[in-house]
Design a protein around this ligand. Structure first.
Ligand code: ZN
Ligand code: MN
Length: 131
């Protein structure tokens, strides 16, 4: 009998649970520290590999910031973010995802759009009060 392509291992399930328990869009290091409390001998490499698999399985999303560390999101659905320039916290923005933007760019440019991402940047409420 063929093995299912992506069996949900105990490790992977825990990583997913940890990520879904927060809305802070954490780094892999943070997730690793949490998972280690339950599975002390897990390696950072294993955490990275499982995060990549979970992303391929569309169970999570990855916010890639080029040279900086990727941040992970337990919400796999398309949505927009606000990133604070001061404290670097990432917040979800409650605004409907605009599928029509993809069509518009498809129709008006030579590019074949697969998806889009919008990150708003500025100061979060807390950092506004600090200044
Ligand atoms: Zn801030
Ligand atoms: Mn998010």
């Amino acid at each position: 009998m063929a093995k299912p392509k992506h069996r949900m291992t105990k490790q992977r399930k825990l990583i997913l649970e940890v990520l879904r328990s927060t809305d802070s869009h954490p780094t892999a290091d943070w997730i690793y520290e949490q998972v280690k409390k339950e599975i002390p001998n897990i390696s950072l490499g294993t955490v990275y590999r499982n995060l990549r698999l979970l992303s391929e399985m569309n169970k999570i999303s990855v916010l890639d910031f080029g040279s900086s560390y990727s941040r992970f999101d337990g919400n796999p659905h398309n949505h927009y973010h606000f990133i604070c320039n001061n404290c670097e916290q990432i917040f979800d923005i409650e605004m409907p995802f605009n599928e029509r933007l993809n069509e518009k760019i498809n129709n008006e440019t030579p590019f074949l759009v697969e998806n889009h991402r919008i990150d708003f940047t500025g100061l979060c409420p807390e950092c506004q009060n600090k200044n």
